[in-house]
Design a binder for this molecule. Structure first.
Ligand code: BES
Ligand code: MN
Ligand code: MN
Length: 454
């Protein structure tokens, strides 16, 4: 049987297996899901073994295990390291989902579940593409799988694992499906990802919650102060005011910006999808530029005072916010976290004290388009989509990708099959069955062309 017939003949089973994986709530951020998160690792391990991988194991770390497996057929062939993650973002609040997040359901050709696209659906394409190549004797590269369970919490243990296992992870490149394309009829490949600096801030005023009538007007309210401080972090051009924030930002050349301007983008569709009447962003840049080549600062959550039912008249003692900054080349996570901390302390008025706690971070990446990695991915997509993919810049982050290059000396290719509208990290996350099967069909061509071009 040829490979495409094999995929077709087994497509229902592939989907059933993905559903089984999606039923496991592997939320890495919430320790109450610990057992399930490990179960997801075990499931992938079992499926890699079934598909024909060798030396499959769960590599223990200080956190969740890394699923490793390999198929080394011929030392003279190139070796592709496939990276992905089996953990998912929290699915709360559950009441915003049409059907429960861990009970996958198919509606109009899409599978709805937390992790459907990010990244279980895309990881599983690789497992099934591998199975299809094994069953039809068409695998012509060596493969190593490294599927982690802590991507959504900043990959705290994967870096040390890579550094400690350089020999085991020896490969020619990294293949990753954890990003989006422009549309199902407009294939694209991300050639860059933004980095991240994530911090939590705490603003303290009086030593206890106060009666807002007895003290209000005479004592600074930390929630009010935090709001003022946060507003001051952008100027009237929506540029970030953190001192030195733009020092290392790599300005994109005029010709690259011209090329970006040709990327298909429908502003009305964008606004419609999000239910907004207008957009906001840094002056002088298009929407694609704002998410692709420019850094950002966003409050991810803010709290303090009374948020229970009804009203309580209180002047809170403390206020908090979680703030993320998306970074572009050549900013680094460390640099920006340090600059933020210094700036936030500096702008704190005398009537409060502030504390900045760094969470995780990661550096931005750019991947070259002239190497065999990108060229093989572009040709593979051209083969199955019938048109050349467009190089794009992804706005999200996969912090470990920069480390693959720095520590393992490996270039990555970001051959993702999702769509930005798949509601990653949102309620009702979904993944098109078209995308799932297109990925399974495309991945083997990648291996074939990479071997030819390498
Ligand atoms: N798969 C995403 C990253 C992504 C999505 C890149 C779409 C490009 C397009 C990844 O799982 C993710 O969500 N990363 C986090 C990183 C963080 C938790 C350290 C992110 O970007 O917020
Ligand atoms: Mn992901
Ligand atoms: Mn994610």
């Amino acid at each position: 049987m040829d490979r495409q017939s094999y995929i077709q003949a087994n497509q229902d089973r592939f989907l059933e297996e993905l559903k089984e994986l999606l039923r496991i709530p592997s939320v890495s951020a919430d320790s109450s899901f610990k057992e399930d998160t490990i179960k997801a690792a075990e499931y992938i391990k079992a499926k890699l073994i079934e598909a024909g991988a060798d030396n499959v194991e769960l590599c223990e770390t200080a956190g969740y295990p890394i699923v490793y497996g390999e198929k080394i057929i011929d030392a003279s062939w190139p070796t592709v390291l496939v990276y992905g993650h089996y953990d998912v973002q929290p699915a709360t609040p559950y009441e915003l989902w049409t059907t429960p997040p861990f009970e996958p359901e198919i509606r109009d050709g899409k599978i709805y579940a937390r992790g459907a696209c990010d990244d279980k659906g895309q990881v599983y394409m690789h497992v099934k593409a591998f199975e299809a190549m094994m069953q039809t004797n068409t695998l012509n590269c060596n493969v190593k799988f490294m599927i982690e369970g802590e991507e959504e919490v900043g990959s705290p243990n994967l870096g040390p694992f890579c550094i400690a296992n350089k020999e085991k992870l020896k490969a020619d490149m990294v293949l990753i499906s954890d990003t989006s394309m422009i549309a199902n009829d407009i294939p694209s490949i991300d050639v860059g990802l933004r980095g991240l600096s994530y911090v939590e801030v705490e603003v303290t005023g009086p030593n206890r919650d106060l009666h807002s009538g007895v003290y209000g007007g005479a004592v600074a309210n930390p929630v009010n102060v935090l709001c003022d401080m946060i507003s001051s972090l952008h100027d009237e051009d929506r540029r970030i005011t953190v001192e030195g924030f733009y020092d290392n930002v790599l300005e994109t050349s005029a010709s690259d910006r011209e090329a970006m301007a040709k990327t298909p983008f429908d502003l009305d569709e964008f606004k419609n999808d999000l239910g907004i009447n207008d957009i906001q962003g840094e002056n002088g840049y298009s929407t694609i530029e704002r998410t692709g080549i420019r850094p950002t600062l966003d409050v991810n959550g803010i709290w303090g005072g009374y948020i229970g039912e009804g009203a309580k008249t209180v002047l809170p003692s403390k206020a908090y916010a979680k703030i993320s900054m998306r970074l572009v080349p050549n900013q680094t996570g460390e640099e920006i976290t340090a600059k933020f901390e210094k700036h936030f302390n500096k702008i704190a008025p005398p009537f409060v004290t502030v504390k900045v706690t760094p969470h995780h971070g990661g550096n931005p990446v750019l991947t070259p388009t002239d190497g065999a990695e990108y060229q093989a991915a572009a040709k593979a997509m051209a083969t199955t989509f019938g048109k050349d993919p467009i190089p794009t810049r992804g706005g999200g982050s996969i912090p470990i990708v920069a480390l693959f290059e720095a520590e393992l000396g490996l270039k990555s290719v970001l051959m993702g099959f999702g769509l930005d509208s798949d509601a990653l990290h949102s309620p009702n996350e979904h993944y098109g069955l078209f995308n799932f099967y297109k990925g399974i069909e495309t991945i083997p061509y990648f291996f074939q062309y990479y071997r030819e071009m390498k």
